[in-house]
Design a protein around this ligand. Structure first.
Ligand code: ATP
Ligand code: MG
Length: 322
């Protein structure tokens, strides 16, 4: 299977009064057809900026994509016009967000909102689009779909609203679904249901998924492959089983050590020493070096490239050089 999405050396900056925030500064990864790629990292590392860069939704000003390439299905998204991008958004690449409430319009019935999205892209007559919306509500396990389509967002629970968003995302059968923290705002019991729904639909529809989460537990149950992001860069990438069994980067090792384990009698979480770097003035060389337990002289001077040190397992760390 070939790559559906290929992001290369992507750099997105925000030009603010406080300085230039280098939110992404050379991000590279790819997603194969039918694959779930998990993107994981601490808050502020650039996960959402990665998603909005792909969607062509970076607010400008202050933001700008200053470098790189985003190949989607063989097309360079960065050279498309806003109009061309609009026809890809929703139809070929769909996105679901952390907070489903903020993505739904409170004054319109949810069925109408899904139907309108279908109409806007496919010009399906609105009555037919409403029936299609009801059918999709059934697919995402919303009870009584024909009743639910006439509900307003405030009449639905958070989990139900997220199902509506997933139905809307799937209504156009997108090739790529970007899910940015899709379950973070939901109760734990609902989280698992939404995740298994995304997984089932991904299998049924054969879509690819970019699943963004700061929660390694979520990533480990869902992703085929994982990319670990630190301070605007991918520091490790590999198959989920390889990455979880044998994390290479000291940052990934720290993240994994920070997960509480049910099989261990350990009540305290490990934390990674140090603070997240300031993106207006990031550390020279490897951005992780001020927090790294393995730091060497070269780490302060040279940024380590992301390269394969084992089959299908890449890391950006000088400790693996030579
Ligand atoms: N519109 C904006 N203007 C200025 N800076 C921004 C803007 N959007 C994002 N940033 C900056 O880009 C950096 C990366 O933010 P991003 O939202 O991608 O983080 P994240 O990894 O998604 O974090 P979280 O886990 O909290 O969602 C942050 O330093 C943030 O302040
Ligand atoms: Mg985010």
């Amino acid at each position: 299977m070939g790559s559906l999405l290929e992001v290369k050396d992507l750099a997105t900056y925000f030009y603010t009064d406080e300085g230039i925030i280098k939110a992404l500064d050379g991000v590279s990864f790819s997603i194969d057809e039918g694959e779930i790629l998990g993107l994981v990292g601490e808050t502020g590392c650039g996960k959402s900026v990665t998603a909005t860069s792909i969607m062509g939704l970076i607010p400008s000003p202050p933001g700008r994509i200053v470098r790189g390439s985003i190949l989607f299905n063989g097309r360079e998204l960065l050279s498309l016009s806003e109009r061309q991008m609009r026809s890809i958004r929703g139809r070929e690449i769909a996105m679901i967000f952390q907070d489903p409430a903020s993505s739904l319009n409170p004054v319109f019935r949810v069925g109408f909102q899904v139907a309108e999205a279908i109409w806007a892209h496919l010009k399906t007559p609105i009555r037919e689009a409403l029936l299609k919306a009801a059918e999709l509500f059934g697919r995402v396990n919303i009870p009584d779909p024909l009743v639910a389509i006439s509900r307003y967002p405030h009449q639905l629970s958070g989990g139900m609203k997220q199902r509506v968003m997933i139905a809307m995302a799937l209504s156009l059968n997108p090739k790529l679904l970007i899910a940015d923290e899709p379950t973070t705002a939901l109760d734990v019991s609902i989280q698992a249901q939404i995740l298994s729904l995304i997984k089932r639909l991904q299998r049924d529809y054969g879509s690819s998924v970019l699943l963004i989460s700061h929660d390694l537990g979520v990533i480990s149950t869902m992703a085929h492959r994982v990319a670990v992001m630190y301070s605007g860069l991918i520091v490790e990438e590999g198959r989920a089983e390889d990455l979880f069994q044998k994390p290479l980067h000291p940052y990934t090792q720290g993240l994994l050590a920070a997960i509480p384990r049910v099989d261990e009698d350990k009540s305290e979480l490990a934390v990674i020493e140090g603070t997240i770097p300031d993106l207006t003035n990031p550390p020279a060389g490897c951005r992780f070096h001020p927090r790294c337990p393995w730091v060497m002289k070269i780490c302060e001077a040279e940024r380590p490239p992301l390269k394969a040190v084992e089959p299908k397992h890449k890391v950006a760390c000088h400790a693996y050089a030579g």
